[in-house]
Design a protein. Structure first.
Length: 411
């Protein structure tokens, strides 16, 4: 049976071990919720102080030119592009994931005017399906959102489909879609594909151009550690950039925004996906946070992710076998993202008890305890220690205290 010393030996051979030093993690906490909100990289406060005290306070409005504020959406987008298999000028950091979904869904439907179906999963992250519903309702068209049960999406793609809209890693179970296979099937049927990378970018080796993906979106506050409410990003394949028309034709997406022309002319390339003025403080924090990925091999990141999750599954099943946990994530590592989820009928109070003891995960309705494994700052010893706490909470029954049953607004 695996021991704590065995886990420590894995950490000694870990090529990513030094990355942990770049994060300001609180003492006494094992943070297994980076798939919901990444922790603070150490260099972010200094960068924000520089933007506030030198650029904003000192150079005022000159900073749009002097300090390159206007270029930040594309600059940060290019940095994210390197992590998701995209090229320079194919990714823009802007708006929120929900807004970007709306923009790209609308653009995709306009490119396929004779088709009336958007395909997605019934269990997709709610905002993705809500936005599709809202777009159809707002447009007043006879489009249909076709929702598929389970993970097998291929059978739902036919010549009526305009767009396949999926999340690469399922937010509840961590199931990983075969991006290349689904994209190829959609293209064979004449449809376009939009991938949500919110639970994969920064933890998986994503290859958008290798899979010939059309569109993608994602948030940056999970594995990319950009901070609460950090700007999202969107990807448009270079071949499609000058074909698409996004519906939120704000002034910054204009070809010459400071000419203040009476009518809208879209900017060339990815810049037409801009809408309003970017949040410079938020983009600057995200830009600094991305420094932790400089020079990293995403293949190594993925390999460590799989090792962490595999050991976590083994240890929970060995040491907590009698406590009612049922694996909700794929056992096949190739189909598992950087998280492990468990079903348990008392999932909510158990998670609150774990959080109270310094093991922070989260709960997803109706019965899922979700643990995220960010390879840059978690160790194998963290996995061992987390399972020790889980075992103790379950064996002692400490989870069954009244305060742990009280539902908070954020779970």
């Amino acid at each position: 049976m695996t021991s704590r010393d065995d886990m420590a030996a894995l950490d000694r051979d870990d090529p990513l071990a030094l990355a942990r030093e770049q994060f300001d993690l609180p003492e006494g906490v094992i943070y297994l919720d980076g798939n919901s909100l990444g922790p603070l990289p150490r260099n972010v406060p200094a960068r924000l102080a520089e933007v506030v005290n030198t650029e904003w306070r000192g150079d005022l409005i000159k900073s749009w030119n002097v300090h390159g504020w206007m270029d930040l959406p594309l600059k940060v987008g290019d940095r994210i592009a390197a992590l998701i298999g995209a090229g320079p000028g194919e990714v823009l950091a802007a708006d929120s994931t929900s807004v970007n979904l709306f923009k790209l869904m609308a653009a995709a439907l306009e490119l396929r005017p004779g088709r009336k179906v958007i395909v997605s999963q019934r269990g997709n992250f709610p905002t993705d399906n809500y936005l599709a519903e809202g777009l159809i309702r707002f447009a007043g068209t006879d489009h249909e959102l076709r929702l598929v049960d389970g993970d097998d999406i291929l059978g739902a793609i036919d010549d009526s489909v305009a767009l396949v809209s999926l999340t690469q890693v399922d937010y509840r179970s961590g199931h990983v879609q075969d991006m290349a296979a689904v994209t190829a099937a959609a293209h064979k049927a004449g449809a376009l594909v939009l991938w949500d990378l919110s639970h994969s970018a920064g933890a998986l080796a994503v290859d958008l151009n290798g899979a010939e993906v059309d569109f993608a979106v994602g948030c940056s506050y999970k594995y990319l550690n950009g901070g609460p409410g950090a700007p999202a990003y969107l990807f448009v394949s270079r071949d499609l950039q000058d074909q698409v028309r996004q519906p939120l034709s704000g002034w910054l997406g204009h070809a010459a925004p400071f000419e203040f022309e009476a009518s809208y002319r879209p900017a060339p390339g990815i810049l037409r996906q801009q809408c309003g003025t970017p949040s410079i403080l938020a983009l600057s924090a995200l830009d600094a946070a991305l420094d932790v990925f400089d020079g990293l091999d995403m293949g190594l990141v993925r390999a460590k992710s799989l090792s962490l999750t595999e050991h976590f599954i083994q240890l929970v099943e060995q040491r907590c076998a009698d406590h009612g946990f049922a694996l909700a994530s794929p056992r096949n590592s190739e189909r598992r993202g950087s998280q492990v989820s468990w079903h348990h009928e008392m999932g909510y109070p158990i998670m609150q008890a774990l959080i109270a003891e310094g093991v922070i995960g989260d709960f997803r309705s109706p019965d899922i305890l979700r643990f995220g494994f960010a390879p840059l700052y978690l160790s194998h010893v963290d996995v061992w220690d987390a399972v020790t706490v889980i075992e103790g909470v379950m064996t002692s029954g400490r989870w069954d205290q009244p305060e742990f049953h009280q539902r908070a607004a954020v779970t």
